[in-house]
Write a protein that binds this ligand. Structure first.
Ligand SMILES: Cc1cc2nc3c(=O)[nH]c(=O)nc-3n(C[C@H](O)[C@H](O)[C@H](O)COP(=O)(O)O)c2cc1C
Length: 221
């Protein structure tokens, strides 16, 4: 009788040094307001959520970071995949009239009214001064409760900032709500726009039943 021992499956990896590690996150149109009351809107995707707090990362040269440091008021507007054209129109723009030299060299230009530029509609938020974007299926109003420079950038002239944003109100289009539940999103109906390595993607269909989903969502409240 021949005994065979199971061999480890051959797996090889290459060691590489990517300039960015953007493996895929949702796109947010982040609306902010300056201390003069002027609104601004910027695409960003360094974001995740823990409970009802959003953690976002913004480069210190952006008007968005400056507005968040000044007033702390914002709306995280989540576009769906079919709003990609509006999002892409906002790429390579800044609300800063004094476009930083490095960004100018990379192709950025000043756009004073980003909402109009992207043909989007601003509507008043209920708990903050920054605008909601009517076309985005999700508007998360919030306020900065903590901020700090990203480790390694604290001595830079313009650090990258990490902001903890406490969400104060959630507005959603009725089409993405889970039927029969007062406070739930149906993930089969919500089609977020994702960014992976500077390219836009949508989600495919659900791939498998989920054991975690046997926990009622209210358990997390
Ligand atoms: C899809 C997308 C995602 C982006 N993600 C981020 C991000 O997470 N953080 C960031 O600082 N900039 C990000 N940017 C670049 C900002 O939009 C850019 O710095 C812009 O000039 C900010 O606008 P503002 O100066 O008016 O605030 C992203 C741009 C695009 C198009």
């Amino acid at each position: 009788m021949t005994i065979t021992t199971a061999q480890p499956r051959p797996v090889t990896h290459d060691v590489i040094d990517p300039a960015i590690l953007y493996f895929g996150t949702p796109v947010v149109l982040l609306a902010t307001v300056g201390s003069d009351g002027a609104p601004n809107l910027a695409p960003m995707s360094s974001v995740f959520w823990l409970g009802s707090t959003a953690v976002i990362g913004m480069g210190g040269r952006s008007l968005t970071a400056r507005n968040l440091l000044a007033t702390g008021e914002c709306v995280l507007n989540l576009p769906s995949a079919d709003q990609v054209d509006a999002v892409d129109r906002l790429a390579l723009t800044t609300g800063r009239a004094d476009v930083p030299e490095g960004k100018h060299a990379a192709g950025y230009r000043h756009v004073p009214d980003k909402l109009a530029h992207a043909d989007l509609t601003g509507v008043s938020a209920e708990t903050v001064g920054a605008p909601r974007v009517a076309e985005c299926p999700v508007n998360l109003e919030g306020r900065v409760v903590a901020h700090r420079p990203l480790a390694g950038t604290e001595h830079d002239e313009d650090p990258t900032w990490i902001f903890d944003v406490a969400i104060s109100r959630v507005h959603v289009h009725p089409e993405i709500r889970a039927q029969g539940h007062a406070n739930r999103i149906d993930p089969d109906r919500w089609r977020p726009l994702l960014m992976s390595f500077q390219q836009f993607y949508g989600l495919g269909a659900r791939v498998s039943p989920s054991r975690l989903a046997t926990i009622d969502e209210e358990w997390y409240r």
